[in-house]
Design a protein around this ligand. Structure first.
Ligand code: RIB
Length: 292
């Protein structure tokens, strides 16, 4: 079977995760139940999800010159990613995310650090890698001008781009017009619909426990969610995107790719941590068979 080549241009963070029974109100302090540092970042998460599911993944990004950089890079190498084009930024901190887990969901604040320093010069250096990819995957935790620059280059060279528009922000019609697949959640969809000239077929909308909505042959379809035990929803969307990218780059039909990615995401929330919870392909197939 074809091993799909995926390039992810995106963020690399260290997640600072605290579990608590209740998130604090403004000006309030509450006691948490535990603290963990877990590799994260939407870019790295989607890259790891794709690699675990069998894709050949190159990560393009930036880290700082602090101890987190080494920890995260060696972790990504262990996951089988090519990280030679992740550049260290002198005098800069690696991206971190503060994550509060409470009441079955998460609240996240990202300090982008080196992720904000990705430059056009760096993208120039990796153009051969972009051109050699079956699919390029991006999110919005890196500068928008970099997302635009990569998308423009890929569009000129016929390389499809999957954009996960998270965190939500206004995007130009030009950018949206060059995207092959856009994978917002429902609130991101609301923010983007008014601007987007994409055809309906290009929208793949994740709806949490209610599954995924998409269009096929001019008709709206929904792949339903799974009722699984929720331990940590962090990275569920990233697992979905990494899995979807892998299946699409392999050439799977859209509906099958979405069904597989939806099952992978459902499995990921049964474990703590974004990347720690990501399944292998055999786990996803076994899960889909069991839930049939
Ligand atoms: O999507 C989850 C991710 O968002 C976390 O890993 C965190 O780093 C933020 O980027």
């Amino acid at each position: 079977m074809k091993v799909p080549k995926i390039t992810v241009v995106g963020s690399i963070n260290m997640d600072m995760v605290i579990q608590t029974d209740r998130a604090p109100e403004q000006g309030e302090t509450v006691l948490g139940r535990g603290f963990q540092m877990i590799p994260g970042g939407k870019g790295a998460n989607q890259a790891v999800a794709a690699a675990r599911l069998g894709a050949d993944v190159t990560m393009i990004g930036a880290v700082g010159d602090d101890p987190f950089a080494d920890v995260l890079l060696s972790h990504l190498r262990k996951e089988g990613l090519r990280v030679d084009d992740v550049e260290p930024v002198t005098g800069c901190a690696t991206g971190v995310a503060s994550i509060v887990l409470s009441e079955g969901d998460n609240r996240i604040i990202v300090a982008p650090g080196a992720n904000a320093e990705l430059s056009k010069a760096q993208i120039d250096r990796v153009k051969p890698t972009l051109q050699d990819s079956d699919l390029v995957v991006m999110q919005l935790e890196i500068p928008l001008e970099i997302v635009e620059c990569v998308t423009g280059y890929c569009s000129e060279h016929g390389v499809p781009v999957l954009l996960n528009p998270a965190p939500a922000m206004a995007l130009s019609e030009k950018l949206l017009g060059q995207i092959s697949y856009l994978t917002p959640n429902e609130s991101e969809e609301q923010a983007l619909r008014p601007y987007a000239t994409l055809s309906d077929e290009q929208w793949i909308v994740t709806m949490g426990s209610r599954g995924v909505r998409f269009m096929e042959n001019g008709e709206e379809r929904t792949v339903g969610g799974y009722a699984t035990e929720v331990v940590d929803t962090t990275g569920a969307g990233d697992t979905f995107n990494g899995a979807l990218a892998t299946e699409l780059a392999k050439g799977s039909p859209l509906k099958e790719a979405i069904e597989f990615a939806n099952a992978a995401a459902a499995l990921s929330i049964t474990r703590l941590g974004a990347q720690t919870g990501m399944p292998k392909a055999e786990d996803v197939h076994a899960f889909m068979k069991k839930m049939r």
